[in-house]
Design a protein around this ligand. Sequence first.
Ligand code: TYD
Length: 218
Amino acid sequence: MNKLITFEGVDGCGKSTQLRRAAAYLRDQGCDVVTTFEPGDTSLGKEIRRLLLAGEFVPVAEAELLLFLADRAQHVHEVIQPALASGAWVLCDRYSDSTLAYQLAARKLGDAGTNPCNEILNGMLSFAECGVSPGLTLWFDVAVDEAMRRMQQRVKAGEKSTRLDDEAVSFHERVAAAFVEQFSLQPERIARIDAGVDMDAVAQQVEAVLKQRFEALA
Ligand code: TYD
């Protein structure tokens, strides 16, 4: 199976911590692991990330979509593809499922209604992947109110929130609903992790899924 594993979920679901723990687990098993994230893990991407998230600009929904996709194409070519080609496992914090949830669903770009429009949008997502789709996606499922509570704690602890973190609860609810729907459509690729429990219990679920999906780890 393709060794690109993506980590997805609403803001505050805890996936970034779990990505670090999964990387440590895989390294303990002797695997070569590259960890990365979107948006922003290339030189160009760093600039795109600033434009998208710092709050200085408020792109229209269409421009926001195109900027996330530009970041992805650059990221696939510069980071993901070379790492996979070298035989490494690639753990990526967010990928196309986030674009589907945040831009197509929560920003309602996919609501323009007509099928041709949705086909074009899905085509654009796949174009930006440049042929590299995840072998496995871990979806960290947590109630939006719990996720927002965690985000508020982080802000209190001094972390700066992004322009998207600061969206209304209804926006985050649409993001969450989109992840639920994607999981129902693609259960073979997407594994649901209950992220409402403590960190160790979440990490155990992740390890169990990795062992179950990848023969080399069993
Ligand atoms: P980040 O600070 O990296 O947060 P997180 O740890 O939650 O991933 O912020 C990335 C933000 O960008 C997050 O709010 C989700 C959003 N995003 C999109 O809206 N579309 C996308 O395609 C991607 C990759 C991220």
